[in-house]
Write a protein that binds this ligand. Structure first.
Ligand code: MEZ
Length: 565
């Protein structure tokens, strides 16, 4: 057979990959160590001559077996979001299915419960994105034993794709940049952005604990020194790594390393398929479907749901938000709303479940998010004729609606070389061939099919507004840069599903509530699986803050519950 297993069998026998045939852990840890012991680390495999190098991707240090499968077809993971046509892999490049794509097996679940727990721990965290890692690390620091279960073949979840940053008030970074901000302003901006449908108690916590969350990330090794403004915020409070690098890959790398250091037992390829409760409706554990170990139960007094939203679940989006049916999604393929289904099955209450956010600027006909940062740093947004039509810094719901009202329902972000140099993520879009580039504004109009006279007028008007410090047309709140320095760039964008605001209802301790608003004893949740923090519309930069702050709260309280009851 032309597969990796047969090839290795010929070269060195089954033992070149496995300890013993049939003994493979769900995380495929030993097998991956074997890959690296022969082929080297990714840093050694990365080939600087390649334009697009899967061994140097933003996913970081993930399992080799995420893409290279031994006994099944390999999976070009990069092509789940991108379409790198030239990207080839030895041993055929058809996509393999994830074990969790294969649906529920109710018989196997019942048998696992009937057989009783195979092991016991204090806290189980479901989902290894930012909320899950923060919960797991916080629970471990509080003295609990923790098992972190991730259905995907690598950790990071949707947080791994977060670009913009983390909103915080009262940080050393704001102080250094002399940004005058207040907890009340953070609260007001978030409530206004969410159309006052947010739970004010949760928003208060988000604002009050935001600076501590930054300090916590820094204590784990993160760099959050760059400061910018996101849509709907009245001041610069979006923190991210120096140079304007994407926040998600950075903090996930930091959290992965910190969780290893703390001794969190992280298991990949391990999907939780059932929350197990006793006759008093208290959590007593979960059933896991492990890729190799099949269905089994782990007992625990506390479970933290950190499974993310449902932005990649086409059926759920079409059901809850029919007007967004068929829209592209910027989300990771793991964002399928599992936690919502798991919690619903044991009587959890849902908040704002039908509020789905379209991000205005996803690369047209792609799944790549063009970060709000690009507008925050200074890009303008124009329609197909080259005319501005909205304040670029308005909230996402308003910007998305405005684009959908334009002819052909797309827009261009236009910026100059000064911005290109300032925001490193833009260079990443260039690397992905998403940018149009020209030496003059009129040439840019020609290349992109905009009207030359319109785009030239738009740019000269904008530069005038910049100089006078007042946007006469759309009252844009901040204009950090003029558009003057060639070359000029444009990237074509359209709205795409980005965040699901609704989810399981939680209280201020991150306890999941039942339909009578009483805590479901032992069940906690954090991050995008929850509803209430963001109301009907989330502000850019508030999701990462949410995952860190409520992840920590959920992990700490889950540990307390497990250790004290
Ligand atoms: O919080 C976000 O979703 C965000 C800032 C996204 C982005 O545009 O970069």
């Amino acid at each position: 057979k032309n597969d990796l297993a047969s090839f290795h069998k010929e070269m060195g026998g089954c033992k070149s990959c496995h300890t013993q045939p049939g003994k493979v852990s769900d995380s495929e840890t030993y097998e991956n160590q074997q890959c690296k012991s022969c082929h080297g680390e990714y840093s050694a495999l990365a080939n600087p001559k390649l334009k697009l190098d899967p061994h140097a991707s933003h996913l970081g240090d993930i399992n080799c077996t995420s893409c290279h499968k031994g006994h099944e077809k390999p999976k070009l993971y990069c092509n789940e979001c991108h379409s790198f046509k030239g990207l080839e892999m030895p041993f055929n490049s058809a996509q393999s299915k994830e074990p969790w794509d294969k649906g529920w097996d109710n018989d196997a679940i019942s048998k696992a419960i009937a057989a009783g727990p195979k092991e016991t721990t204090d806290v189980i965290v479901v989902g290894a994105g930012s909320a899950g890692f923060n919960a797991a690390i916080a629970a471990k620091k509080a003295g609990a034993q923790v098992v972190l279960l991730e259905k995907g073949p690598f950790s990071g979840g949707n947080s791994m794709l977060a670009a913009g940053g983390y909103n915080a008030v009262g940080t050393a970074q704001q102080k250094e940049h002399k940004v005058d901000d207040k907890i009340e302003w953070f609260v007001e901006d978030t409530m206004k952005g969410g159309r006052y449908a947010n739970d004010p108690k949760l928003v208060q916590i988000l604002a009050e604990q935001s600076a501590d969350g930054i300090k916590w990330l820094e204590s784990l090794g993160a760099n959050m020194d760059d400061l910018k403004r996101s849509g709907g915020a009245r001041v610069d409070r979006t923190h991210r790594p120096t140079g304007g690098l994407s926040v998600g890959p950075h903090i996930i790398d930091v959290l992965r390393k910190a969780s290893v250091k703390e001794g969190v037992d992280t298991r990949l390829n391990s999907k939780v398929v059932k929350l197990v409760i006793d006759e008093d409706q208290k959590i007593v554990g979960v059933v896991v479907h492990g890729k190799h170990s099949g269905h089994y139960m782990i007992a625990a007094k506390s479970v933290v749901l950190a499974t993310g939203g449902y932005g990649f679940n086409k059926e759920m989006v079409a059901f809850y938000r029919p007007t967004f049916k068929g829209m592209t999604s910027s989300n990771n393929i793991t964002s399928t709303g599992d936690g919502i289904e798991l919690a619903k099955a044991i009587g959890a209450s849902m908040t704002d479940i039908d509020w789905v956010q379209a991000h205005p600027t996803v690369g047209k006909d792609s799944r790549i998010l063009i970060s709000e940062t690009v507008r925050g740093v200074g890009a303008i947004m124009v329609n197909k004729d080259g005319n501005r039509f909205v304040s670029e810094l308005t909230t996402r719901d308003k910007a998305s609606d405005a684009i959908l009202k334009q002819p052909e329902q797309y827009a261009w972000l236009v910026f100059d070389n000064e911005l290109y140099k300032k925001a490193k993520m833009v260079q990443g879009y260039d690397h992905l061939d998403m940018l149009e580039k020209a030496n003059t504004v009129s040439e840019l109009a020609k290349i992109t099919g905009m009207k030359e006279s319109s785009l030239e007028k738009t740019v000269s008007n904008y530069n005038r507004y910049f100089k006078q410090g007042k946007d006469e047309e759309f009252a844009r709140e901040q204009m950090p840069l003029p558009l003057e320095k060639a070359p000029f760039y444009a990237v074509k964008v359209a709205p795409g599903i980005h965040h699901t605001m609704g989810g399981v209802a939680i209280d201020t301790k991150a306890e999941v509530l039942d339909i009578q608003s009483k805590p479901l004893v032992g069940l906690f949740a954090a991050g995008e699986v929850t509803g209430g923090v963001h109301g009907y519309n989330r502000l850019g930069g508030n999701a990462v803050a949410d995952t860190v702050i409520f992840g920590k709260i959920a992990g700490t309280n889950a540990a307390k519950h497990a250790l004290e009851t």
